[in-house]
Each structure stands twice: as structure tokens, then as C-alpha cells.
Design a protein around this ligand. Structure first.
Ligand SMILES: Nc1ncnc2c1ncn2[C@@H]1O[C@H](COP(=O)(O)OP(=O)(O)OP(=O)(O)O)[C@@H](O)[C@H]1O
Length: 292
């Protein structure tokens, strides 16, 4: 029988995965797999389960939100584990899983994985941390970090939008410097994104991104003045902000360095705390195998 490691986070989203364990196990068992589960908890470090995973496992099935998937990927890379990952989207936003078309229904998501293909995709790297979806800093970008778990579980994505609106009065521009072979920029930034995927908080910000082009999409909202910022943010909603960008810079790059002056500011990678400035970002082409 083929073995899989099933790592699930019972705190993601509204804990939906715990009510669907029988569905997951029966679907996998019917296809000839043995499931070896690990439940994420505050008492037991996620790293512990990785001492047992090796290439004898067919794949890892990760059930959680973007943050959980980010932790799994970072441990896979740390342990040099080159087996595929499949994702059950049971978190609040599930930005990356939605981008690759994983259905919200757990049974349907299992069907998609069990009939899916192993595909190589790009992975982003920010200093020594990997990201699958987005690296960011500035306005709105650390909302997932700041939103309490109980709010995510009761309000879902709405919790992100409510906490986002609360940040609006504190529009704060940062001095940044970006250096790459493709493009360089020195000036203001209200929001800085580097996307491998396309969405953050389910908003389709980087609709020109591809996960298999060996490139990451950098989007900088300059925030020159209040009016141009609001016009740009309004264009985000119409998905026109990358067409004739005014207050926005957009370019693709595989390797660059970004510096910002505020040394206390944390960046964000996939909803988790990211590295501080300066940050060397690179795209690892075919850096991860995903089943979908
Ligand atoms: N290793 C861990 N040990 C204990 N608790 C964890 C661990 N990782 C995450 N959590 C908890 O699980 C919660 C859910 O995280 P996760 O990122 O999976 O889902 P989410 O935040 O609901 O979804 P999304 O990131 O897609 O918006 C976190 O708020 C955190 O409190």
C-alpha cells in the first residue's frame, strides 16, 4: 500500500477538517493508500512529524489555510524532502489552493487530488523562508497575522476586510529601494507585493502571474497622493490596475533585493511573519511538486 502523511490543522477556518476525517480516509483508502495522520496542536511541534517522513511516502496531504501550507513547505525544504504536496483548502482565505482550482468541498477536493497529476511549480524564496503565494509588506499586508483566530473562525474572510478597513486611517508610506536586473526603483511605497500565485485575501491583485514561468510578479502601490491611491485601489476592484498603471509599478523578476527603512516592520509570507529588510527574493523554478 502507498503511504501518505496527512497533516491537518483543526484550528484552520472553522475546524471543518475535523468533521470530515472519515470522508478523507475512506476516499484515500478506496484508492489503495494508507493514511498516517498528524494533528497540528500547540503542544506538539509540527517539525516532530517530519522526522518520520521520507521518500517512502507517496505524498504529503496538507489540510489548512495558506499559513499552514507555508509551514509545511518550509519544513519540507529544510528537510530536503522532494515528495509531492497535495492541499485540502480548509482555512479562511486559501488563496493558493483556490488559484490551482481546489474545490472548497473536502470530498470533491479529495477526488481532484486522487485523480490529479504531479506538477512542478515555482516557489518564492525571501531570505531563508519559502513562500508559495505572496511576499508582502505595507498597508493591509499583515492583516492575516493580526486577525485573531476566533474572528477568522466566526466571520471568515469578512474578518480580513473589517480589519483592513480599520487600517485605512493610518496610510503610511515607506521609503523603499528595489534592485534587479529587470527593473530598479527607489521611492515611496504604500504596499509592496511579490506574487507567485494571484490573490491575497481572495482579491485578484496579480492576475498576470503564472506559477510555472520561473518569474515572480512584483506590484508596488506607490501612494503618491491620497487621490491617486484611492483611484488605484478602485481599479483593483475592476481588475484594470495592471493595464495602464498610474500609481502602480508592475514587473516580473526571478531575482531581486528590496530594502525598506523602517527596521521594526515585519514582512508577510503567505499570512505568516516574514523576514525584515533587506530581503533577497528569488524564484525557484520547479521548486515544488504539487498534485492537482
Ligand atoms: N504549528 C502550529 N501549531 C499550533 N497552531 C497553529 C500552527 N500553525 C497554525 N496554527 C493556528 O492555526 C490557525 C489557522 O491557520 P491557517 O493559516 O491554517 O488558517 P487560516 O488563517 O484560517 O487561513 P488562511 O491563512 O488561508 O487565511 C492560526 O491562526 C494559528 O492560530
Amino acid at each position: 500500500m502507498k503511504k501518505i502523511k496527512f497533516i491537518y490543522n483543526p484550528f484552520s477556518g472553522d475546524g471543518v477538517v475535523t468533521k470530515n476525517l472519515d470522508t478523507i480516509i475512506s476516499k484515500y483508502q478506496a484508492k489503495g493508500y494508507t493514511i498516517i495522520p498528524f494533528r497540528i496542536s500547540t503542544e506538539q511541534n509540527l517539525e516532530e512529524t517530519f522526522s518520520d517522513i521520507d521518500s517512502s511516502y507517496h505524498h504529503i496531504l496538507g489540510a489548512g489555510g495558506d499559513g499552514t501550507i507555508n509551514q509545511i513547505i518550509n519544513l519540507m525544504k529544510e528537510k530536503n524532502l522532494d515528495i509531492p504536496l497535495a492541499i485540502l483548502p480548509v482555512g479562511t482565505a486559501n488563496d493558493f489552493a483556490k488559484y490551482i482550482g481546489m474545490p472548497a468541498d473536502i470530498g470533491e477536493a479529495c477526488n481532484k487530488i486522487l485523480s490529479g497529476e504531479i506538477r512542478e511549480i515555482d516557489l518564492g524564496k525571501a531570505n531563508d523562508k519559502y513562500f508559495i503565494n505572496v511576499f508582502s509588506f505595507g498597508l493591509f499586508t499583515d492583516i492575516s497575522q493580526k486577525t485573531p483566530t476566533h474572528q477568522k473562525n466566526t466571520l471568515g474572510k469578512l474578518a480580513y476586510y473589517i480589519n483592513g478597513i480599520k487600517e485605512l486611517p493610518s496610510l503610511k508610506k515607506l521609503d523603499i529601494k528595489v534592485t534587479s536586473d529587470e527593473f530598479s526603483y527607489e521611492g515611496n511605497a504604500l504596499i509592496f507585493f511579490t506574487f507567485n500565485g494571484r490573490t491575497a485575501g481572495n482579491i485578484n491583485i496579480s492576475y498576470k502571474s503564472e506559477i510555472n514561468d520561473g518569474l515572480l510578479d512584483v506590484i508596488i502601490v506607490k501612494g503618491e497622493n491620497i487621490l491617486s491611491t484611492f483611484l488605484s485601489l478602485f481599479e483593483f476592484l475592476k481588475l484594470e490596475h495592471l493595464e495602464e498603471p498610474k500609481d502602480i509599478i508592475h514587473f516580473k523578476s526571478s531575482d531581486f533585493v528590496v530594502k525598506y527603512l523602517d527596521s521594526s516592520l515585519n514582512s508577510d509570507i503567505d499570512g505568516e511573519v516574514g523576514p525584515k529588510s533587506p530581503v533577497h527574493i528569488s524564484c525557484i523554478k520547479n521548486g515544488l511538486k504539487i498534485i492537482y
